[in-house]
Ligand binder design. Structure first.
Ligand SMILES: [Zn+2]
Length: 396
């Protein structure tokens, strides 16, 4: 959504530049008010053609003119952590030279995308809260002339949600919602697939409802930290969990979560990564960088009940090790495939170094004592928004 809006802004900026070249030689160009309103506030500028246009022969001048940054943004305080950074240049740019020069400090992972030769966007996977960033860009025009003038700028991100619930309680009511596919079920006759599929429209409406009703999406790690007394929680906490690591978590759910500044938990089956219908390694890694807690759902979606202890240990340890290598930091949460577990399996989960595990059992009270059997609320396909609201409110 943000990307598309920025793209349109870039296109309009380019149109305005053409207008400036045709009309504005030597004069102040005021953009048509309709165009101005369509440009995102962060990239809004008045285009003042510099003296080069009046001193150069317009038919030959572009060859020698140095490109400048016409606009860059955001440049303010209070910038959302899901914001896109947009730069527009006065001349068509040599893309590789600009891309290799792009710097954001402190470092943020993300994706560079050109709307056209004038407009470059940087889409961070997720910026940090309360952080001052400096952005710098260099490079040269398609004619080989280096960028001149101002080439760096600063902005500061918003504060994160405040911890309105102080630590200290030994148990707390938090809805942990269970999702599987976020898709239109491709096979209407597949009752199982239908029950596991929430449509993209229904999912977006549910996330809108949560934001509109003051909910803050936390992770199971946050809940564990709260119950150990290490830190508080924001008001109206909710945990969104996605089982199995399907590709549509990345393609469909993640953009919606990002737009809502919602974190979530993805229970990934390590042995399924990269298989058709499942997230790739790069997608799992990007989800991690986007604020999603990556957690284990075994190596092969195994039924851990009835397996030998050594086989259970291998499922728990191998998936943890593989996922940790992928994201580059420790992972501490687990989910039993099919919800199947017993006290022996739960002990193995604890021994493997996990902090907590979720089940398919219904409930919303959680404590440290039952952290290897946390209950959840399943969101099924075909649920109406008012039914979703009643379920969440009842668990809050
Ligand atoms: Zn599963």
């Amino acid at each position: 959504m943000i990307g598309r809006a920025a793209g349109r802004g870039g296109l309009i900026a380019a149109v305005a530049l053409v207008a400036a070249l045709i009309v504005g030689l030597g004069g102040l160009v005021i953009l048509n008010s309709q165009l101005v309103s369509a440009v995102p506030a962060s990239t809004l500028t008045l285009r003042v053609p510099s003296a080069r246009f009046s001193t150069d022969d317009p038919s030959l001048g572009l060859r020698r003119v140095a490109p400048q940054l016409d606009s860059m943004g955001p440049t303010t305080a209070g910038v959302a952590v899901n914001s896109t950074i947009v730069m527009t240049f006065s001349l068509p740019m040599d893309r590789p030279s600009v891309e290799t020069s792009f710097r954001i400090t402190p470092a943020a992972e993300g994706r560079l995308a050109w709307s056209d030769d004038f407009t470059l966007r940087f889409e961070p996977f997720r910026l940090a809260y309360s952080t001052s960033y400096q952005v710098e860009v260099r490079g040269r025009s398609v004619r080989g002339v280096p960028l001149s003038g101002s080439r760096s700028w600063n902005f500061t991100t918003v504060f994160g949600p405040i911890d309105a619930i102080p630590p200290g309680a030994t148990s707390i009511k938090v809805p942990i919602l269970t999702y599987h596919y976020i898709r239109v079920n491709p096979n209407a006759g597949d009752r199982m697939g239908f029950a596991l599929s929430v449509t993209p429209a229904a999912f977006a409406a549910e996330m809108d409802w949560l934001v509109g009703n003051g909910y803050h999406a936390i992770t199971t790690e946050d809940l564990y930290a709260y119950l150990t007394g290490a830190r508080g929680l924001p008001s109206r906490p909710v945990i969104l969990t996605f089982d199995d690591g399907y590709a549509d978590f990345y393609t469909t759910a993640l953009p919606v979560l990002r737009n809502h500044d919602f974190r979530a938990v993805a229970y990934v089956v390590s042995g399924f990564i990269g298989q058709p219908g499942y997230m790739t390694a790069a997608q799992v890694r990007e989800a991690d960088r986007s604020g999603i807690e990556i957690a284990s759902h075994t190596v092969s979606h195994a039924n851990l009940v009835g397996m030998s202890a050594s086989a259970v240990r291998a499922q728990l340890a191998d998936s943890k090790r593989m996922l940790e290598q992928l994201v580059g930091h420790p992972l501490v949460s687990f989910c039993y495939p099919g919800g199947r577990f017993n006290s022996g399996v739960a002990s193995e989960v604890a021994a493997a170094g996990y902090h907590d595990a979720t089940t398919t059992r219904f409930g919303f009270w959680h404590s440290l004592a039952d952290r290897y059997a946390w209950t959840r609320l399943r969101v099924s396909g075909g649920e109406r928004l008012d039914e979703f609201a009643v379920a969440v409110l009842g668990a809050t």
